[in-house]
Design a protein around this ligand. Structure first.
Ligand SMILES: [Zn+2]
Length: 333
């Protein structure tokens, strides 16, 4: 049973220098027991972490995991006894104390396959204070051949006591040419690659995510919603049509569009827009409202996103309604 090359977790091309650094540390026995991998969403943290844990759980790795051994097969099948992944429960924003108690129990055992044990916490900033405090002891005395991988978009949101116990690796952003070459491979078209790279704000993995059919459909739906608002559609009715589960993505798009609008409103330039296909909508919007009104809407969206990310748990339907009512006021004023 050979594993396909695509299933083998390997670092991304622009992560090679950091990967070489990891190999050096590992081979000289200087790998720290806790790594904080940080960088904006879409930079490739997850991919790097998968390559790294795959390597540590592989019985005979070369420069990457072998893909052939029992360890690699177990990992590919979705379960490995020496790997523990901790994320917020389905539908929740926070990592609470119970899963961290499991981490502590896991760390107290010995590795079943005789190799490394790996604990992945993602996103690490989702740990609430009780969970973070419960993790401290394990982070301090993890035992032999144990690696904690903490993934964070915004490490400043983590407790300083957690951060200080990890070695911090900030993942590199690729050069545009490197990103677009990779994306062209993924999407099968240079033109598509350029478009989604731009929409993503120059984050290649995010670009690949935005180009998936579900994500494209959401963007298209939002575009239609905004066109409808310009024509005078009722915002509360429009909000009811949107999927409240997608609130975070909807706010993300709204923020990106507002930033475009503000850029256009301030400079009159359209060359730098991240969403050039929305120019007609932007022109209408810029005509109808003042730049300071757009800034105020931007503050609102950022605050809602912050609340969502911190587990403040606003009612998604109400947020969607408030969001579209505000847009509609400006688009029609
Ligand atoms: Zn292997």
């Amino acid at each position: 049973m050979a594993m396909s090359a695509s299933a083998l977790p390997t670092p991304l091309p622009w992560q090679q220098p950091l990967w070489q650094h990891f190999l050096e540390l590992y081979r000289s026995g200087r790998l720290p027991h806790a790594l904080l991998l940080s960088g904006p969403h879409g930079v490739g943290k997850q991919r790097f972490a998968e390559a790294l844990l795959g390597y540590l759980l592989c019985a005979s790795p070369g420069d990457v995991a072998c893909g052939q051994c029992h360890g690699c097969h177990m990992l590919a099948s979705g379960y490995h006894p020496d790997l523990l992944r901790v994320s917020p429960e389905e539908g929740k924003r926070q990592i609470r104390i119970d899963p961290i108690r499991e981490v502590n129990a896991f760390v107290a055992q010995t590795a079943q396959q005789g190799g490394h044990r790996v604990i992945v916490l993602s996103p690490a900033e989702a740990m609430n204070v009780a969970a973070a405090n419960a993790l401290l002891k394990s982070l301090e005395e993890p035992g032999q051949r144990t690696l904690f991988l903490l993934l964070a978009d915004v490490p400043s949101r983590m407790l300083a006591t957690i951060r200080s116990r990890c070695q911090h690796w900030s993942l590199p952003l690729p050069e545009p040419e490197q990103s677009q070459a990779w994306l062209t491979q993924q999407l099968g078209s240079r033109e598509e690659a350029e478009f989604w790279y731009r929409v993503s704000g120059n984050l290649p993995l995010l670009a690949a995510e935005l180009a998936t059919p579900e994500s494209r459909a959401l963007r298209k739906q939002l575009h239609e919603t905004f066109d409808a608002l310009v024509r005078g559609a009722e915002p509360v009715a429009e909000a009811a049509r949107l999927d409240r589960q997608s609130l975070e993505s909807i706010l993300w798009y709204g923020i990106a569009w507002l930033e475009d609008l503000i850029r256009l409103g301030l400079s009159g330039e359209s060359a730098q827009l991240r969403n050039p296909d929305l120019l007609p909508l932007y022109r209408q919007a810029v005509k109808n409202a003042r730049v300071q009104d757009w800034f105020r809407l931007l503050d609102f969206a950022r605050e809602q996103r912050r609340l969502l990310a911190s587990g403040g748990n606003p009612n998604p339907q109400l947020v969607l309604e408030a969001w579209l009512v505000r847009w509609s006021t400006l688009l029609r004023s």
